[in-house]
Design a protein around this ligand. Sequence first.
Ligand SMILES: Cc1cc2nc3c(=O)[nH]c(=O)nc-3n(C[C@H](O)[C@H](O)[C@H](O)COP(=O)(O)O)c2cc1C
Length: 271
Amino acid sequence: MKRPRKSDFPVSQVRRYLEPGPIVLVSSRYQGETNIMTLGWQTILEFTPSLVGLMITAGNHSFELIRGSGECVINLPTTALTDIVCAIGNTSGSEIDKFASFGLTAEPASEVAAPLIGECHASFECRLHDDALVERYNFFIFEVVKAHVAKSPKHPETLHYTGDGVFMVAGRIIRRRSLFRPELLDWSAPGGTFSSRGCRLGEVAWQGSRLLAWRDPRSFVFQNAFAGVMARITGQAAAAAARCLIVWPETMWPVAAKIWASESSKSLARR
Ligand SMILES: Cc1cc2nc3c(=O)[nH]c(=O)nc-3n(C[C@H](O)[C@H](O)[C@H](O)COP(=O)(O)O)c2cc1C
């Protein structure tokens, strides 16, 4: 079976793959035992920290392994793995070794003990962030601490379960960027990525070593100046309306600092 080559991917952007609600394969390891389960009830909860919620029924063998270790890996299968997705979701790790039985490759993760599934398009290493809802709802809140994604295809053919043994398949892409408020979009510009998400008021946040997110609550003059800079650099007039939360690629910080200084002194002079 094909094993796509995966590269590092920003954890704050795993929503790109999970927000459409695909079926995932959750791998786990505890006290030397490894397992996989199929899971459809997952949801993105936050960009930074990168939080994902999983509903894992307590009767599943995976529940014990994940509860015990406080870790798992969320793997994204495509239609190439449809029959294996069904088999994994209809057998128990208390009876069989699912990696061996279904010919899957357990690859070492870098931040958790649970293995990545080599044959999947993407793998997100997770650590338990909050277990407040586990007792009552079997709902685990995980932080994605490392993400690995195959470079192509850009839009993998993922499985979306509708119940009763029937899946829908991801396919057609519809673009409607022009109908979105700027702060709801990811900004792409020559030299890097702009994103209007990922940090709260007054926070300065690193995303890996590449990006800086800045939201400055002290002066709305600065905020407007910053939005102005973004508009100029991206050439998107609509960005002028963005509400001040901007992520700069590191290579552009010196340019940004210069323009920002000049824009804010102009704004102050106008006051
Ligand atoms: C398409 C599909 C979706 C599933 N979604 C979930 C889910 O969201 N949560 C869950 O607890 N079990 C879900 N299951 C059931 C588990 O995958 C199943 O109980 C599995 O046998 C558990 O394996 P384990 O006992 O080795 O952990 C799903 C199964 C299938 C086939």
